[in-house]
Design a protein. Structure first.
Length: 237
């Protein structure tokens, strides 16, 4: 008759049996795959893990619990760094360019500010409309010959700011604006009044460019004549 087993012997035998069963179950046919797991119910974090598709003793395929490639702490830190960067880039790219209608309004506002400054005799307001290196020119006909006179911004601004009894009132009409990105061209008919009295008429031709965030006049040329003006007073018969 054999020796009676002790409690220790029984415990060791059970442990061996369990280990044997675990080894049998831990060697099924497997196929690895990558899963994107979204825990929407409990939290808002997503993580990528590797799972194993295995066939158990009953021959049915099953998915074993995945092992994450990245820890949740790492992914949260990655998201905190990446999301602000994406938002910054997205806002920068999504910033709309100024519309042509807004540019046209801004360009005409520069022209209006120039003539408002002339009427007020405000040399600072007039200077603010020009680029520092802007070119001014006038054409006229004298003795049947075309004459061109070149002027500087400083000379023009000084003339505006010099005290004079007559108000310089240049009235424009029918402005035509052409735009191409940061470049604008304005062509407008005008009539000039000195102290409320008609003086002459002609055409103003502006070349205006965007300088930083502001539109500035880089060239202004005009024609001057006294005949054929719509505001010209009727001559006494």
């Amino acid at each position: 008759m054999g020796e009676k087993p002790t409690l220790m012997t029984i415990a060791v035998q059970r442990l061996v049996v369990r280990k044997s069963r675990w080894q049998q179950q831990s060697r099924p046919r497997t196929a690895s795959g990558v899963q994107l797991l979204a825990r929407l119910a409990r939290n808002r974090h997503c993580y990528i893990g590797i799972g194993r598709y295995s066939a158990g003793d009953d021959g049915k395929a099953g998915l074993r619990p995945p092992q994450t490639l990245f820890s949740r702490a790492f992914l949260m830190h990655f998201a905190r760094c990446l999301v602000p960067t994406l938002l910054f880039l997205g806002v920068g790219r999504a910033a709309p360019a100024q519309s042509p209608s807004a540019d046209r309004t801004a360009v005409l506002a520069v022209v209006q500010r120039l003539f408002d400054g002339m009427r007020a005799g405000d040399s600072s307001a007039v200077r603010s409309t020009f680029h520092p290196q802007a070119l001014l020119a006038s054409t006229a006909s004298r003795d049947g010959k075309a004459v061109v006179r070149i002027d500087t911004v400083d000379a023009f601004v000084r003339a505006v700011g010099t005290a004079h009894t007559e108000t310089w009132d240049e009235r424009v009409r029918n402005p035509r604006v052409e735009l191409d990105g940061p470049l604008a061209s304005v062509w407008a008919d005008y009539s000039f009044y000195a102290g409320g009295k008609f003086s002459h008429c002609g055409v103003d031709a502006f070349q205006i460019a965007r300088d930083g965030d502001a539109w500035r006049i880089v060239a202004l040329m005009d024609t001057r004549r006294k005949d054929g003006c719509p505001d010209q007073p009727a001559r006494p018969s």
